[in-house]
Design a protein around this ligand. Structure first.
Ligand code: 5RP
Length: 237
């Protein structure tokens, strides 16, 4: 029998409220995309609880190895994304989200799998605390870009031409952060992002780029958790 995974020692009431509320939208028989990050983790733990207590039958599609481990340890059955026609609903977090529901994701390094799963999803629910709301993308966060290790410094220079400062993620250039896919991440700080959709295309056209952390038109529903436990649910305008 699988044991429930120990909860986070430090609790964030806003993230917790959003994650738990999102789990309410999951119904029996669904294929559910399981996001990555501390807010999505609350939703995953709540889903595991529902599986155990209500006998909820779902199949999870994890967006990272970390999430896969959590889901396995919590007793959520998993399914290979190659074996499903579509994902009914995905619950994931975001680093920034604007008023049109465009997002920057990848703070946790899982942007590639998160985007593959989001694209396959009929309903993408984003769970955040209010600090993630921005008027314009890039206000606080750099755009993470996953690149192949081969020629990464050349790729960084090509991204620089697009107007950003591209920094290799990791403690040092000798020890770069590696994604679940064996790639590197360049955190690209743009002074101003006026047209995120156009920027996403430009970034993805650079040879060596695997995927960018700009998520355009992928979020359908937004759940904002507040520190007092209240939740706001917003639909994409
Ligand atoms: C991981 C992500 C996360 O969803 C994002 O970083 C938000 O994380 P958190 O909920 O911990 O603030 O994109 O790649």
């Amino acid at each position: 029998m699988t044991q429930p995974v120990a909860p986070n020692i430090t609790t964030d009431p806003a993230k917790e409220a959003a994650g738990i509320r999102a789990a309410d939208f999951v119904t029996d028989g669904m294929t559910v995309g399981l996001g990555t990050g501390s807010t999505a983790e609350y939703a995953i733990r709540r889903l595991a609880e529902r599986v155990r207590e209500e006998g909820l039958r779902i199949n999870g599609v994890p967006t990272s190895l970390k999430t896969e481990l959590l889901a396995r340890e919590s007793g959520i059955p998993l399914i290979d994304i190659n074996g499903v026609g579509h994902v009914d609903l995905t619950i994931d977090g975001a680093d920034e989200i604007d008023t049109a529901f465009n997002m920057i994701k990848g703070g946790g390094g899982a942007l590639l799998r998160e985007k593959v799963v989001a694209r396959a999803s009929t309903l993408e629910i984003i769970v955040i605390d209010p600090a993630k709301l921005v008027n314009r993308l890039g206000e606080r966060w750099a755009v993470p870009v996953e690149v192949v290790p081969f020629g990464w410094a050349r790729t960084a220079r090509a991204l620089h031409v697009l107007g950003c400062e591209a920094k290799l993620r990791g403690p040092s250039e000798d020890r770069p952060y590696q994604t679940d896919n064996g790639n590197y991440l360049l955190d690209c700080r743009f002074p101003r992002i006026d047209n995120p959709a156009e920027l996403e295309q430009k970034i993805n056209a650079v040879p060596g780029v695997v995927e960018s952390g700009l998520f355009i038109g992928l979020a359908h529903r937004l759940i904002i958790g507040h520190p007092d436990g209240r939740c706001e649910v917003r639909e994409r305008p």
